[in-house]
Design a binder for this molecule. Structure first.
Ligand SMILES: Nc1ncnc2c1ncn2[C@@H]1O[C@H](COP(=O)(O)OP(=O)(O)OP(=O)(O)O)[C@@H](O)[C@H]1O
Ligand SMILES: Nc1ccn([C@@H]2O[C@H](COP(=O)(O)O)[C@@H](O)[C@H]2O)c(=O)n1
Length: 207
C-alpha cells in the first residue's frame, strides 16, 4: 500500500506520516528532508539559492547530510522552499522518491507533491491542513522547547511566506490532489489527528 501525505508547513503531516508508517509497518520517507539537504549543501558550498545550475549540482549531496539536525531548522526550511522551486532540482529528485514509493509492500511518503506528482496512483492520499495561526503556534512551541527565541509573529510571517512560495511555483506546486482526503488538524491534538488519519485510510481501503 502506498500512502501519500501532503500539506503545508507544520500542518502535522510528518507526525501523521510517521504514525501511519508505524501502524502499517511501512517504510517512511520525509521528502522535505531531500530539499532541505539540497539547500544546505548549496549554502555550505557558498552558492546562491536562486542559481538553478548550482542548486542542481547540490542535488548530489552526501546522504549522511540527511541525519544532520541542522536540517530541521527554520532557516533550512526556508532554503529548501527556495531551491525546491527550481524545475531542474525537482526533476533530479523525482526518481529517488518514486523508487521509494514503489518498493515491494509499499511506503508512506510525506511532502507537497506526493499525491499529485510522485505517486499519483497512491492507494490513499491525505491532504493535511491547519490554519496558519495554529501551525505557527505549534512551530513556536516546538522551537521554544529547543531553545529558540524566534517570536511567534516572525514564525507566522515565515509560514505565510513559505505557503505562498510553495503554492505559487510553476512546477509541482503544493495543492490538494483531486482524490485526496482532507484532514484538518486545527482542532485535533496529535492523538486525535493520528486516529482520524488511520480511520480515513481504513475507510478508503474498504471502499
Ligand atoms: N495535531 C497536532 N496538535 C498539536 N501539535 C501538533 C499536531 N500535529 C503536529 N504537531 C506538532 O507540530 C509541529 C509540526 O508538526 P510536523 O513536524 O508533523 O509538521 P509537518 O507538516 O511535517 O512540518 P514540516 O512541513 O515543516 O516538515 C511538531 O512540533 C509536532 O509535534
Ligand atoms: N515534496 C516536497 C517536500 C518539500 N518541498 C519543499 O521543501 C520545503 C521544506 O519541506 P518540509 O516538509 O521539510 O517543511 C517546503 O517548504 C517545500 O518548499 C517540496 O517542494 N516538495
Amino acid at each position: 500500500m502506498i500512502i501519500a501525505v501532503d500539506g503545508p508547513a507544520a500542518s502535522g503531516k510528518g507526525t501523521i506520516a510517521r504514525a501511519l508508517a508505524r501502524h502499517y509497518a511501512l517504510p517512511h520517507l520525509d521528502t522535505g528532508l531531500l530539499y532541505r539537504a539540497v539547500g544546505q549543501a548549496l549554502l555550505a558550498a557558498g552558492g546562491d539559492l536562486d542559481d538553478e545550475a548550482a542548486a542542481l549540482a547540490a542535488c548530489a549531496f552526501d546522504d549522511a547530510l540527511l541525519a544532520d539536525p541542522a536540517l530541521r531548522s527554520e532557516a533550512a526550511g526556508a532554503a529548501a522552499s527556495k531551491v525546491s522551486a527550481h524545475p531542474l532540482v525537482r526533476a533530479a529528485l523525482v526518481q529517488r522518491q518514486r523508487d521509494f514509493a514503489n518498493q515491494p509492500g509499499g511506503a508512506v511518503l510525506d511532502g507537497r507533491d506526493i499525491g499529485t506528482v510522485i505517486a499519483p496512483d497512491a492507494d490513499v492520499k491525505l491532504f493535511v491542513k491547519a490554519t496558519p495561526t495554529v501551525r505557527a503556534r505549534r512551530r513556536h512551541t516546538e522551537m521554544s522547547r529547543a531553545g529558540s527565541t524566534m517570536s511567534f509573529d516572525r514564525i507566522l510571517a515565515d509560514i505565510r511566506e513559505r505557503d505562498r512560495r510553495d503554492m505559487m511555483r510553476a512546477t509541482a506546486p503544493l495543492r490538494q490532489a483531486d482524490d485526496a482526503l482532507v484532514l484538518d488538524t486545527s482542532f485535533l491534538d496529535v492523538n486525535a489527528a493520528i486516529h482520524r488519519a488511520i480511520d480515513l485510510v481504513e475507510r478508503k481501503r474498504a471502499a
